[in-house]
Design a protein around this ligand. Structure first.
Ligand code: GAP
Length: 454
């Protein structure tokens, strides 16, 4: 396995592949881009969709105790006052007096015990001051203080604010959860590492409400569930790390927080936080709104504010983890003895943007093309397929290797019965990782692929 030598080489290759193959582009690229914002191209969009669909399946559809919601991005300003975001959702910022860069004080390199500007190397930095990460905007036509609101910096608050409505209509009993996937916005001082830290991103969050006495046990439960999820989308156990946040570094209301981390090419970094947030959020909103957000326990006939355990994951970070884990280069030798480097994204078939490439061996043979097109029509309703008739078959395989397509189906002269009846109506299925090929009957193709990608 000829892997890129260092993390930054590897990262450069990944970023370049993402652009070349249409996973991720710079936002507003033709105008010079927009720092911290990214657009997903056709393959990146499919990858993110597979990730979000699988999260939803695992966290909502396969469970009796979780329901979904889809909240608005703009909310009443009082939500952000009560949650504490308006006053405390800040990062420490310094200015470099020499080159005028604005920098995050807690991410500065140090030389001889002194913080240094990573842009120009100067030590002439201002004292840190708190910079609020929320994007402020105005609702309606008047730009005064009464119209101020924010783009949400997390999806979680809509869940807390709708807790009572959802409890009533779903008639759930504790413990139960509310899940949501959606956009969040943070005016990061230093967006960096490609899509890892951006200003606009997506979160997948679950607020799992419970009795106070079950909070710590459920924190452990959700940590294990979330690790299982990451393994099931193809991240190896070795690449995943659990960091228990020391109590003195946890938010003041948290009784325990874990970070699930992944070995990115630029280092081990957070993928997801799993936090036991106690009854802090519901309490805050009950106090600020004056509306009851409690739970009535029919057995004990008591009212209390539920506690909550929150697994909160980032879609974009996980997509980057999937691409980083999948990226591979290997030297392969063809039948003529010629060696070349094959770039391949070894996605778990469940996550792969395209599940199956379909290729007629020759594009100028009507029977081959017609049969290949029929296979595309047959599979299309079930899974994402890609039809390609241009170039040598080896080139077409390589193109799909780079896109991470796990299966390639080739329609050849055996398929159309030109070499006798034995292999008629069968195709070659080529496996991306081993490059091995096997013969499958066309009528069994959908089931064969379906059971490998679910
Ligand atoms: N509701 C809790 C919460 O928002 P967080 O640790 O601030 O917690 C949760 O964010 C997850 O959201 C992170 O683990 C990360 O995956 C993702 N995330 C946060 N900020 C991000 C950013 N600037 N860019 C991309 N993803 C981000």
């Amino acid at each position: 396995m000829a892997q890129a030598k260092s993390g930054s080489d590897r990262m450069e290759k990944i970023v370049s592949l993402c652009k070349r193959r249409g996973f991720v582009f710079q936002s507003s690229e033709i105008y010079g881009g927009l720092n911290g914002c990214w657009d997903y191209g056709p393959l990146g969009t499919e990858l993110k969709r597979n990730l979000k669909d699988f999260w939803w399946r695992r966290m909502v559809r396969e469970r009796d105790d979780v329901v979904g919601m889809d909240g608005s991005i703009l909310m009443n300003r009082q939500v952000w006052v009560a949650s504490g975001h308006e006053n405390t959702f800040t990062d420490p910022m310094v200015d470099c007096r020499n080159c005028k860069s604005r920098l995050r004080a807690d991410q500065l390199p140090e030389k001889n015990g002194r913080k240094q500007c990573p842009v120009c190397g100067s030590f002439d930095l201002t004292e840190p001051r708190a910079f609020n990460l929320m994007f402020k905007t105005y609702l309606g036509a008047t730009e005064d203080d009464s119209a101020i609101t924010y783009l949400r910096p997390e999806t979680a608050q809509a869940i807390f604010v709708q807790f009572r409505n959802i409890l009533e209509i779903s008639r759930k009993k504790l413990p139960f959860g509310i899940a949501q996937i959606g956009k969040a916005f943070r005016n990061e001082i230093n967006p960096r590492n490609f899509i890892f830290r951006s200003r606009e991103f997506e979160q997948m969050e679950l607020e799992y409400f419970c009795r106070p006495e079950n909070g710590l046990e459920l924190l452990e439960y959700w940590l294990q569930e979330r690790l299982r999820f990451y393994r099931d989308i193809g991240l190896s156990s070795e690449s995943l790390h659990v960091h228990k946040i020391p109590p003195e570094e946890c938010a003041h209301y948290s009784k325990g927080t874990y970070d699930i981390e992944f070995e990115f090419p630029f280092g081990i970094q957070e993928l997801e936080g799993v936090a036991y947030r106690t009854d802090y959020d519901l309490n805050q909103h009950q106090k600020a709104s004056g509306k009851p957000l409690d739970y009535f326990d029919e057995e004990s006939k008591q009212h209390f504010i539920p506690h909550v355990v929150e697994p909160s994951a980032g879609v974009d970070r996980t997509a980057l983890a999937l691409i980083s884990a999948a990226y591979d280069e290997e030297v392969v030798t063809d039948e003529k003895g010629k060696s070349e480097t094959r770039t391949v994204l070894r996605f778990h078939p469940r996550m792969a943007p395209i599940k199956c490439g379909v290729f007629p061996l020759l594009k100028n043979n009507e029977l081959l093309v017609r049969q290949a097109r029929e296979i595309v029509d047959q599979l299309r309703g079930e899974l994402m397929v890609f039809y390609d008739e241009t170039g040598a078959i080896g080139r077409r395989y390589r193109r799909q290797d780079e896109a991470g397509t796990p299966f390639g189906v080739t329609v050849d002269f055996d398929t159309i019965g030109e070499n006798g009846p034995a292999l008629r109506d069968t195709v070659t299925v080529r496996h991306r990782d081993s490059m091995e090929q096997e013969r499958i009957a066309i009528k069994e193709l959908a089931a064969f692929l379906g059971e490998r990608i679910r």
